[in-house]
Write a protein that binds this ligand. Structure first.
Ligand code: 0GY
Length: 294
């Protein structure tokens, strides 16, 4: 693996949908710059530099105000690139880290003071070598006093097997990309039913209504995604988040136009009230609780 990948649209359109004031892109990443922040030796893909300045330019172009930067697997558990981006954001970004199970408590404090508010557990075999559930549970207990949550990334097929693990997590849980349901099954298909069952089991499980480009092979305007996801957002309006997923790590075909991704929002959050929850109130509660409106 030596070829570096450009996984993002280099000239995204300006969205037609105008997002509410103070909107948060709650799922995005930075990669590199490689000379400053080398990629992990275990990285499964090698991206071109997707720098903080590029992310912030996209934020402004799309009309967003803040970012939640999720540590990408290509940087392993070295969060330096993510922390660098948060530090350069003038307070407009917070982050989700990937932690080494041996992380010390004083390092957790440093991460908190640097803007980290959650930890990501990635179960995608194509992205990570190991996903040690026992260590993840230990980490989840250790972050509890900081008020953090966990972000879990897995595919729909794994949900039943992961259920005891998820049940044992003592902090709020955010499910990346709704656990990648087969959206062609529609809103009442087995994958969405299983996700709803999980959401119904606890009041503190959230989901990201993200990634039509990854989940709907029919391509823009991603009708299957809109059809499957809109009822979920309507039924769980206080537990959904939205993000661009820029720079769309490792996407090599069907790279999405980020402006078109924003234009999907009113199709999955169909009223002003839902849009405000999805883009402002919900991410503020999770990432900037000290500023969130009651
Ligand atoms: C995503 C999805 C992917 C990649 C990563 O950390 C990552 O490398 O998250 C993926 O390949 O599905 O959320 O960015």
């Amino acid at each position: 693996m030596s070829e570096r990948i450009t996984s993002w649209h280099t000239d995204p359109s300006r969205p037609r949908f105008v997002v509410p004031a103070a909107s948060v892109d709650a799922h995005c990443h930075v990669c590199g710059p490689m000379v400053q922040f080398p990629f992990s030796a275990k990285a499964r893909y090698l991206p071109e530099d997707a720098t903080p300045e590029m992310l912030f330019a996209l934020r402004d172009r799309l009309g967003f105000s803040r970012n939640v930067i999720v540590q990408a697997s290509c940087h392993g558990s070295d969060n330096s690139a993510t922390l660098n981006a948060i530090a350069r954001s003038n307070g407009k970004a917070r982050g989700v880290a990937v932690l080494d199970p041996e992380v010390q408590s004083d390092q957790l404090e440093v991460l908190h003071n640097s803007g980290i508010r959650g930890v990501r557990f990635n179960f995608l075999k194509r992205l990570v070598e190991h996903a040690p559930k026992d260590k993840f549970i230990e980490i989840a207990h250790r972050i509890e006093s900081l008020g953090w949550h966990v972000v879990v990334y897995f595919e729909a097929e794994l949900l039943a097997e992961l259920r005891p693990f998820l049940d044992a997590i003592p902090v709020p849980i955010v499910i990346d990309h709704m656990a990648r349901p087969d959206v062609t099954q529609g809103p009442d298909g087995p994958d969405m039913r299983a996700l709803r069952k999980l959401l119904d089991s606890r009041g503190d499980i959230w989901f990201k209504a993200t990634c039509p480009d990854r989940l709907d092979a029919s391509g823009p305007p991603w009708d299957a995604f809109a059809n499957a996801v809109a009822p979920l957002v309507a039924d769980y309006p206080d537990r959904c988040l939205w993000g661009t997923d820029w720079p769309h790590p490792n996407m090599q075909t069907a790279i999405p136009d980020d402006g078109k991704l924003v234009d999907m929002i009113p199709r999955i959050a169909t009223t002003n009230a839902l849009q405000h929850k999805l883009l402002v109130a919900n991410p503020m509660r999770l990432y900037w609780p000290e500023e969130a409106q009651a």
